[in-house]
Structure formats: structure tokens, C-alpha cells
Design a protein around this ligand. Structure first.
Ligand SMILES: C[S@@+](CC[C@H](N)C(=O)[O-])C[C@H]1O[C@@H](n2cnc3c(N)ncnc32)[C@H](O)[C@@H]1O
Length: 301
């Protein structure tokens, strides 16, 4: 099929998917933070181990988390990453979200997760499990607020490492969240944020990964719902971090559009995406350091 005709077809189909996502949200609210069913603990464990490994890949080598305080933004359905950070010696883990998706998590799940994660000293692993299974432990915190007021939800804590996965693309105002996050960052704090830039709805994301970028803003906004992908591109995130005072800000792409889909995926996009040089990036990680004393990964810190 001619690329333009195919894209017309994808644009029409994509409108259906935008409507479907909007309708699903109206009916059920924000319920499925990732593609794995809550009733599938093994799938959830595999997902968490994969995310944790990805976060690790974007951190400098020889990470020593000992004595460090970690914040995860928007953990979705699980605080499992927190258990893994604690198992590696982190002093504390706190998670902040707008939707209470992890509130009812079964503490037994953390033991199953840890059994599949061979790292960390026996002492740190035991401490991680004790904290994760003690309701209300300050070293394993969780705060939810629809206003996403990060300093308030941090409840007086400050952090040496701030991470997130598949979260920033859902924020209504990423620059506001970045400025708020900065207020709870200690000097030397490191940030690692995995950001998924492509179309989220299944099926169409495989056929036409840039589908969400085919619609002019007023049409896209017609289907807006809390958590709808905000269509920000890497350069905007980099600018917002730099404006908030972070240094060494980088966006490292993880995946780009496969060659067979590349040409069609870059054609017929709406302004301001048409012709942008980075439109072949599907996802990646933003890393940055908050200036001040040396970063937490430096041997001298
Ligand atoms: C795709 S889920 C990712 C969750 C988790 N990090 C994971 O990898 O499974 C998106 C996360 O962003 C949060 N979120 C959605 N809309 C948001 C918004 N408008 N502002 C702030 N957070 C939002 C959700 O509560 C959820 O935790």
C-alpha cells in the first residue's frame, strides 16, 4: 500500500483507539499501569526485574546505594522496586503517585520478588523484607495525592536518587513536576527517568508507533483524560531539567523505530512533530544530576 494511504488508514484507526482509551478511562478510571494483569504475580515480578535492570543500566557503574534515600515517582501497581533498592543497601525508599494503585499490594509479594533477585547482602535483604512488610514504615513510604504536590507528598524527606519508569509521559505538566521534584532533591542527587514516547494503545502501537503524533493538538485534546500521553519529546524534558537547575542532562534513546516502519512512521505527522529530527525515538532514559556536592556515585562522595 502507498505510504500516504496507509497513514490515512492508520490515522482513522488511531482515532478509534484514542476514543477507546478515553472511554475506558471514563468507565474505569486509571486502572492498568502496565500490560501485566494484577492476577499474574509471576508476570509482575518479571516486569519489575526488567524495569529495575533497565534503571540500573542508566546509572553509572559501581553504584553504591548504601545510606542513600531513593524516591520513585509514579510506581503504578507495585512498590517492588523499593524492595530491590533496599536489598541493595539503600537507607530508604519513598514512592509518590496520583493514583492509589499500589496501596493494596500484598506484602507477601515482596518476598516472592526478593526470592527472584539474588543480589544484596543477607543483612540488607532481611532489612528490606522487614521494612516492606511493616505497615507504615517511614523507610518504605508511599504517598498519594491527586494534586501530585511532590514536596508535600515527600513528607519532609529529601532524596539522593529519583527514578521513574513510564511516568513522565503521563504528566499533565512535566515542567511543573520537574520543578517540584527538584525541591526534594539533595545536592548531588541523580535522576534516572525511563520515558515511553510512543503510542500506548496495544495493536496500533505495533503497526504505527508514532500514531499519537498524527493529530493536531485541538483534536488530540478532544480525547484528553488524566494520564493521556502528553506527547512531549526528549528535547522538552531536557530543557525543563536544565531550567530547573539540573546538570549533565541527557536523553539516551533505548529503542528507535524498526527500519521497515521507519519511512511511514515519519510521514504525515501533525505540527509541531512533522520534520522533527528525533521522531524515530520510541523510548529512552533521561539522566541528570542536581548540582552541589559530588554525585552519589562518585568514589569521593
Ligand atoms: C504507565 S504507568 C507506569 C507505572 C509504573 N512506573 C510501571 O512501570 O508500571 C503511569 C504512572 O503515572 C501515573 N500517572 C498517570 N497520570 C498521571 C498524571 N496526570 N500525573 C501524575 N502521574 C500520573 C500513574 O498513576 C502511574 O503510576
Amino acid at each position: 500500500m502507498m505510504p500516504t494511504l496507509r497513514n490515512l488508514e492508520m490515522t482513522i484507526l488511531g482515532l478509534g483507539f484514542l476514543g477507546l482509551a478515553w472511554g475506558k478511562n471514563r468507565l474505569n478510571g486509571y486502572t492498568t499501569p502496565n500490560g501485566v494483569a494484577q492476577s499474574d504475580p509471576d508476570g509482575q515480578i518479571a516486569y519489575l526485574l526488567d524495569i529495575f535492570a533497565s534503571l540500573g543500566r542508566f546509572m553509572p557503574p559501581d553504584v553504591d546505594l548504601r545510606g542513600r534515600d531513593v524516591l520513585e515517582l509514579s510506581p503504578g501497581a507495585s512498590r517492588g522496586n523499593g524492595v530491590l533498592f533496599l536489598a541493595l543497601g539503600a537507607r530508604s525508599y519513598h514512592a509518590i503517585d496520583v493514583f492509589d494503585l499500589a496501596g493494596g499490594e500484598d506484602p507477601g509479594f515482596y518476598e516472592r520478588l526478593l526470592n527472584r533477585f539474588p543480589e544484596g547482602s543477607p543483612l540488607d535483604r532481611a532489612r528490606a523484607l522487614t521494612l516492606a512488610q511493616s505497615p507504615g514504615a517511614r523507610e518504605f513510604g508511599y504517598a498519594v495525592g491527586r494534586d501530585f504536590d511532590i514536596p508535600r507528598l515527600a513528607e519532609g524527606r529529601r532524596f539522593d536518587l529519583i527514578v521513574s519508569c513510564a511516568a513522565f509521559e503521563h504528566y499533565d505538566h512535566p515542567a511543573t513536576a520537574i520543578a517540584a521534584m527538584t525541591r526534594v532533591a539533595r545536592p548531588g542527587c541523580e535522576a534516572v527517568h525511563i520515558i515511553d514516547l510512543q503510542t500506548h494503545s496495544r495493536w496500533i502501537r505495533e503497526q504505527d508507533p508514532n500514531n499519537i503524533y498524527r493529530y493536531p493538538a485541538p483534536l488530540y485534546r478532544l480525547f484528553a483524560f488524566p494520564g493521556q500521553p502528553n506527547r512531549q519529546r526528549p528535547a522538552e524534558y531536557v530543557d525543563s531539567f536544565a531550567s530547573a537547575g539540573w546538570s549533565d542532562v541527557r536523553f539516551v534513546p533505548s529503542r528507535t523505530i524498526a527500519p521497515p516502519l521507519r519511512e511511514t512512521s515519519l510521514r504525515n505527522l501533525a505540527a509541531p512533530f512533522a520534520g522533527q529530527a528525533d521522531m524515530d525515538i520510541l523510548d529512552g532514559a533521561l539522566t541528570a544530576r542536581y548540582p552541589g556536592k559530588p554525585g552519589i556515585w562518585d568514589a569521593s562522595s
